[in-house]
Design a protein around this ligand. Structure first.
Ligand code: ATP
Length: 235
């Protein structure tokens, strides 16, 4: 496993948001975490990237314990987190936003190559490369946030609700972009309210319920699971 969470607990003040979860993310493919509002999905992602401290357990990435490292060290190890909502820099251009993703890198020629690659992947961003971040539509900002994460050349990509607020056409476009990233060998951890989409894209899935893992298994199996269908797929 590239990433392992072992008995991870998170408390906000005295309230437990994660109550001892175990998860494994393999070197390839996509794992999804689905669950209702407040189940602890974003907390799990924030614990991985060091934005929220865990109160018990351990998180191991690429053979190294990371749960006590500051977020910038975790980014440097190769974990890129695209948070919920579109946290781009509104007052930087599209290109400048993308370049901030590479701020820890010194390999200038490779950075230029990756910028070309992001523009090839997201032609809409290339057309708008000199526009302010704030002038982009919601879907374009979401693409920019993902493009910026790719500029760090991550070993793993963490996506929190990439489909949120997107039109159906944009959701399809986003899905094919995520699939493409995964197929090029970057493992993805995906959190989605849109369980139908998440279970279609991912290989393996975890269902979080009030801070515990209620179910886990191959995404196809969970998609056919009676409880999942009733609780998350509106069947
Ligand atoms: P959503 O789909 O609504 O984003 P989620 O599954 O991502 O939900 P989390 O955001 O991880 O859920 O929240 C888990 C629990 O922890 C919730 O009860 C939430 O209210 C609580 N929580 C999250 N962040 C904080 C915080 N900074 N301070 C206090 N409580 C928090």
């Amino acid at each position: 496993m590239l990433l392992e969470l072992r008995d991870v607990h998170v408390h906000y003040n005295k309230v437990a948001a994660l109550k001892g979860i175990d998860m494994g993310i393999p070197d390839q493919g996509m794992v999804t975490i689905i669950g209702a509002n407040g189940a602890g999905k974003s907390t799990t992602l924030r614990a991985i990237s060091g934005l929220t401290r865990i109160s018990k357990g351990e998180i191991v990435f690429d053979g190294q314990r990371i749960d006590k490292l500051p977020p910038e060290k975790i980014v440097a190890l190769g974990i890129a987190h695209v948070p919920e909502g579109r946290r781009i820099f509104p007052d930087l251009s599209v290109e400048e936003n993308l370049r901030t993703g590479a701020f820890l890198r010194k390999d200038h020629a490779e950075i230029e190559k990756d910028l070309k690659d992001v523009f090839r992947r997201f032609p809409r961003l290339e057309e708008r490369r000199s526009q302010w971040g704030r002038s982009l539509s919601g879907g374009e900002q979401q693409m920019l946030a993902i493009g910026r994460a790719l500029m760090s050349r991550p070993k793993m990509l963490i996506l929190d609700e990439p489909s949120m607020g997107l039109s159906p056409v944009m959701v399809d476009e986003m899905a094919s972009i995520i699939r493409d990233i995964m197929e090029r060998g970057v493992p993805v951890v995906l959190v989605e309210q849109n369980a139908e989409l998440a279970l279609k894209l991912a290989r393996f899935a975890y269902v979080l319920e009030t801070g515990n893992i209620a179910l886990e298994g191959p995404a196809k199996e969970l998609h056919d699971n009676e409880h999942v269908r009733r609780a998350y797929l509106g069947a």
